[in-house]
Design a protein around this ligand. Structure first.
Ligand code: FIX
Ligand code: ZN
Length: 422
């Protein structure tokens, strides 16, 4: 009830209310790798996709003696069979990524005790993709998700160019890793698409990159621009990346009044034989984030960093800049112990002004487990924080907790996307 008041004398009820509000609040998942049905085969779902998620592939190769070549020669069903046998039958599935598969099966009403992979396959094979999105959104209690949309991707680009009409369950984010992390090749590609660009980044080239970004922001109706960056990311710096950020990304972001999201700390392909599973991480510097937020107060930045070591510094930097939104427990941090530690620290330093989590789901069904596990932890941390609060003698109304939680599960993101900075 929205007018219930919680005090130091009813903290059990308070925690129950927090748990309920967190469970019942529809979420905006602000960073995923999911796609609307019009993107066809790019929208992944089902048990074979769940089992061949790159998190599980990395775990498989640690436990199995199968060679890389033999594994990659298998078709997807056979890969899924091998992973199931190794990680679920011959070993207990106690890792977070394995547990996630079982949470999905359980919450979709399948029977995890049957251990019957073919029965699970039959369930997913019977689903119509668009209806199944509704089922998954309902099960996970999602309001909408934000995709990761890469115009340099040859499978994705044609769908946008042929006039993708949109799907209210999915929003777009313009992802520009190749532009910032590999300018030499991107220059060639832009040239091939008719932009008058040169490797040297002269004025004409910078203007053409701005035109490219502007066109794609419009075509996608993108909510933000995003990039993942290596640990050595620096700004300011005499590099194509720093130049393109300053002279192209930021002016276009200002023109559209949309944030620039930086995901910092990924070291790509430390083991290429693992393919998509072969990326790792490295401690990074928060100094470039500070420099960008200070030098460009009219730009909005969203930042997440990949190492545990960088979290405290990033949280403190976020205190200093209203044009910075901290988000998510990214990738190797999306594990219960780390989510709890980070969420606790962030709320202690920033109150409810954060977006504590995103799913990063690559397979539609994964939003079910990623959010179910995270909601549980967010509720646990908030129960402690509101309990500490009422122990001061302060009273908390049910509606006030609902307001805070709605902000953290979506509202802060939407406010920031539209925020006009003066
Ligand atoms: O760069 C990213 O957006 C990463 O999240 C992905 O590339 C990564 O492979 C992933 O799926 C992490 O969860
Ligand atoms: Zn991602």
């Amino acid at each position: 009830m929205s007018n219930t008041i919680y005090t130091q004398y009813n903290t059990l009820e308070l925690c129950e209310a927090v748990e309920n509000i967190v469970r019942e609040t529809p979420i905006t998942d602000m960073h995923t790798h999911l796609y609307a049905p019009d993107f066809g085969e790019l929208l992944l779902f089902g048990i074979d996709e769940l089992l061949t998620y790159h998190y599980l592939i990395a775990e498989f190769f640690r436990m199995s003696e199968t060679s890389y070549d033999d594994f990659w020669a298998l078709d997807k069903t056979a890969q899924a069979d091998a992973i199931w046998q190794c990680l679920f039958i011959e070993n207990s599935p106690i890792s977070e990524a394995c547990r996630g598969v079982l949470t999905v099966l359980d919450q979709l009403g399948l029977d995890p005790t049957s251990r019957d992979l073919n029965a699970y396959r039959a369930y997913f094979a019977a689903q119509d993709p668009s209806d199944f999105i509704d089922t998954v959104y309902e099960t996970a209690n999602l309001a909408s998700t934000v995709m990761t949309n890469d115009p340099f991707d040859d499978l994705e680009r044609p769908i946008w160019e042929s006039g993708y009409e949109g799907d209210s369950r999915f929003h777009a984010a313009l992802r520009i890793d190749p532009l910032l992390n590999d300018w030499t090749h991107s220059c060639e590609r832009l040239k091939g698409w008719g932009y008058d660009v040169e490797p040297g980044l002269n004025e004409r080239t910078l203007a053409e990159i701005r035109r490219f970004l502007d066109e794609w922001m419009c075509r996608m109706n993108a909510l933000y621009m995003a990039v993942s960056l290596p640990p050595e990311f620096a700004f300011p710096e005499d590099s194509p990346r720093a130049k393109i950020i300053e002279h192209c990304i930021l002016p276009v972001a200002r023109k559209h009044n949309k944030p620039f999201a930086m995901m910092i700390g990924v070291t790509r392909q430390v083991n290429p034989r693992l393919r998509l599973a072969g990326d790792s991480l490295g401690k990074s510097s928060v100094a470039p984030v500070e420099a960008l937020c200070a030098k460009f107060p009219q730009n909005k930045f969203m930042v997440t960093m990949l190492t545990r070591e960088d979290q405290h510094e990033l949280t403190v930097t976020t205190r200093k800049f209203r044009n910075l939104l901290l988000f998510g427990c990214w990738w190797f941090l999306n594990n219960p112990s780390l989510i709890e530690e980070m969420t606790r620290m962030r709320i202690e330093l920033l109150g409810p002004s954060i977006m504590p989590q995103h799913s990063d789901a690559r397979v539609l069904d994964q939003v079910i487990y990623k959010w179910s596990h995270s909601r549980h932890i967010i509720a646990k941390v908030l129960c402690d924080k509101y309990t500490d609060l009422v122990e001061t003698g302060w009273e908390v109304q049910h509606g006030e907790m609902k307001r805070d939680i709605e902000r953290m599960l979506g509202g802060n993101f939407w406010r920031f996307v539209d925020l006009e900075l003066s």
